[in-house]
Design a protein around this ligand. Structure first.
Ligand SMILES: [Zn+2]
Length: 188
């Protein structure tokens, strides 16, 4: 599947989800057996851990369709980048989506500042560049900038991802999930 076809599939799936027309395909025992020998997910999603933002459900996808990395604030750290590299290099996945969302707790904490302890401070330090770059310091505005900067980070911090993008094998898009209606807005 090309990056464009992959994106179209996500957009269509999200439209079904939002309109209550989800098909819930590829979630049965046949699919489980079919995948026992291997996987070829059509998209990679770097998403927040927020329990309200569930990529498989939001894009109406089944087993083996999405390769998902979830970390609070959907940040590009060494582990999340390495996970994406695996899917790009070994599974041939052609689309990477960095999925931010409305009212993100991680971004809220980053904007508020202060000491949140060693581990959370480290995670939130990945959001600091977005706070600096955003003209508007509302949580949602920073989240959108964070998704866009994270998409750039994936290229700047990974030789595997940047090479795949250069060779037009992979495209990266940032996106924003609206909590009120479940709609995912994609950015260029
Ligand atoms: Zn979040």
């Amino acid at each position: 599947m090309t990056p464009k076809e992959s994106l179209k599939r996500l957009v269509k799936g999200n439209e079904r989800f939002v309109s209550g027309q989800a098909l819930h395909l590829l979630q049965d025992e046949n699919r489980i057996q079919e995948l026992a020998g291997g996987q070829s997910p059509f998209a990679i999603v770097l998403s927040c851990s927020d329990s309200r933002v569930v990529p498989e459900i939001a894009f109406d996808t089944g087993l083996g369709e999405l390769f998902i990395i979830r970390v609070a604030g959907n940040v590009a750290n060494t582990s999340s980048i390495a996970s994406i590299e695996y899917a790009v290099a070994h599974l041939g996945t052609t689309l990477i989506v960095v999925l931010a969302h409305q009212s993100c707790g991680a971004v809220t904490a980053a904007v508020a500042g202060g000491d949140n302890g060693e581990n959370l401070n480290h995670l939130l330090s990945h959001i600091a560049p977005a706070i600096k770059a955003s003209k508007d310091n509302s949580v949602d505005a920073v989240s959108i900038v964070n998704a866009k900067l994270t998409a750039e980070d994936l290229i700047n911090k990974s030789a595997i991802i940047s090479k795949a993008v250069e060779e037009n094998k992979v495209e990266i898009r940032s996106a924003f999930y609206q909590l009120a209606d479940g709609k995912v807005v994609f950015f260029d």
